[in-house]
Design a binder for this molecule. Structure first.
Ligand code: NAD
Length: 483
């Protein structure tokens, strides 16, 4: 029987009761309410922290080799329920259903990869040059509060839970209030895998009900947040009094540089696919297109053809290639950014408004802006929607400087056939990740991370488990050194 309504998980018990009023979860394809999400309060946080402390004592004492078995079971549960996840993702945040099941597979991969890391988690022993031995032992940081957004409502919490559990930490997860059913099913997968009580708990609802209490609690030793730079900064400030560890995966505004030697039609087709994927609501979505003068028209023609072929509509329909935006506020922002770009001299080639043939839901037309000047707000403010801003360049050094000219540094992309140019771009683009002739930056086996205002810390890959560990050094000398 599939889970149909969001709940919170405290200890071993699922609940919906709260003193705070619930929030309506809106289907972005219809604008109609789906159900209510219970809003957890500081009292729920206090209860969850008690279970988390007991859970941490138990979980951290289990050897990594054994913890790995639980992580693999969570992966199996997620794969088992991939259809249910797919429906929940499509209904709660509007992604086309045919593209949703893949998120369950990649979330499961996170747990499988991190199971391996848990098995390989051991310390070092060194001979001290002052005599005796230095033992260096990894220890879990403790209770983790994980805040995840709605745009990949399963994959992003998985990127937090998997390394935290592998390290021996326990997690209080607060999924986005827009995607609470996905968070509920993920919690059920963890429970079904047999985790001890208090190892994974799920608190739901408005962030104000739970976030301040978690941020204030000294027992919470680590924050892992994915979302906007604005909220990331706020959490950094709130973490300071209790000196919490932080991993922040924040906003992005990825440049795409098309060099004159690129396979231009292939690049344009691929760029259109990735630009409009998830309705442009991807932190690594290409959003500032720098086209070399010699190939700009050819690229734009192919890109426009692909953009015009996008079929907007019901995410559950197999004919749909782009669903709605997650919220109306996102559309207001896009309209403002498009208007500003046109006022400053850009040409609107396609879209620019709410989709005219959709009379309900939060649908925004695929939008292409050409000749966008560098001072348009959309060249520095993250659009996080289906808008491509095209501009041209003559000199590669100038394109790189303009690509680097925002506060963001998450993903960057470039298309070229030259290995020398590819290596230069990889070195000079200021971002945590660079895609050359592809847009594939998210791999469970490699770090996903940003620089500058795009974040702090790493998710994914071998290094990610270290975000949840401290390394204790003990200098053991069996004799007291003579003075
Ligand atoms: P947001 O920061 O407003 O919200 C993100 C999530 O944080 C939501 O679930 C929200 O409820 C929650 N939140 C808000 N205030 C909070 C608080 N005080 N404490 C704890 N949680 C709080 O961002 P948004 O506009 O909903 O999401 C889009 C943003 O997220 C974009 O900037 C995008 O680039 C970024 N993002 C980054 C990554 C990444 O991996 N770097 C991935 C996805 C999204």
């Amino acid at each position: 029987m599939p889970t149909l309504e969001p709940k919170y998980l405290i200890g071993d018990t699922w609940g919906t009761a709260s003193d705070l009023p619930p929030m309506a979860v809106i289907n972005p394809a219809t604008g109609e309410p789906l159900y209510d999400v219970p809003c957890c309060s500081p009292d729920h946080v206090a209860q969850a922290l008690q279970y988390a402390e007991a859970g941490f004592a138990e979980w951290s004492a289990i050897p990594g080799w054994q913890r790995a078995k639980y992580l693999r079971r969570i992966a199996e549960e997620i794969v088992e329920r991939r259809e249910e996840f797919g429906r929940a993702i499509a209904t709660e945040m509007g992604r086309v259903h045919t593209a949703c099941a893949g998120e369950a597979d990649s979330a499961a991969e996170q747990f499988v990869w991190m199971a391996g890391e848990a098995e390989r988690l051991f310390g070092q022993t060194l001979t001290s040059r002052f005599g005796g031995e230095l033992s260096i032992v990894p220890e879990p940081v403790g209770i983790v509060a994980a805040f995840s957004p709605w745009n990949f409502p399963l994959g992003l919490p998985a990127r937090k839970l998997a390394p935290a559990l592998a390290a021996g930490c326990v997690v209080i997860l607060r999924p986005s209030e827009q995607t609470p059913l996905v968070g509920t099913i993920l919690g059920e997968c963890c429970q079904a895998a047999g985790l001890p009580t208090g190892v994974v708990q799920v608190l739901q609802g408005h962030p104000d009900g739970v976030s301040p209490a978690l941020m204030e609690a000294d027992a919470v030793r680590k924050i892992s947040f994915t979302g906007s730079t604005r909220v990331g900064r706020l959490l950094m400030e709130q973490a300071a009094p209790t000196v919490k560890r932080m991993s922040l995966e924040l906003g992005g505004h990825a440049p795409l540089i098309i060099c004159p030697d690129a396979d231009v039609p292939a690049a344009a087709k691929l760029a259109a696919k990735f630009k409009f994927m998830n309705t442009g609501q991807i932190c690594g979505s290409p959003s500032r297109f720098f086209l070399h003068d010699d190939i700009a028209d050819e690229f734009t023609d192919v890109f426009m053809t692909e953009a015009k072929n996008i079929r907007i509509g019901d995410p559950m329909s197999p004919d749909t290639t782009m669903g709605p935006m997650a919220s109306p506020a996102q559309m207001d922002k896009l309209e403002r950014l498009v208007e500003d770009a046109v006022d400053k001299g850009a040409t609107l080639r396609l879209g620019g408004t709410r989709a005219p043939d959709q009379n309900k839901g939060f649908f925004f037309s695929p939008t292409v802006l050409e000749y966008v000047p560098d001072d348009a707000e959309i060249m520095s403010e993250e659009p996080f929607g289906p808008v491509a801003s095209l501009t041209t360049y003559t000199d590669l050094g100038d394109a790189i400087a303009r690509a680097n000219s925002t506060q963001y540094g998450l993903g960057s992309y470039a298309f070229t056939r030259s290995e020398t140019v590819a290596r230069r771009l990889s070195k000079e683009l200021q971002s945590g990740m660079v895609g050359i002739n592809n847009f594939l930056l998210s791999h469970c086996e490699a770090p996903f991370s940003g620089v500058k205002h795009s974040g702090v810390g790493i998710e994914g890959g071998q290094m990610a488990i270290k975000e949840y560990l401290t390394f204790k050094t003990t200098h053991i000398d069996l004799e007291v050194a003579s003075v």
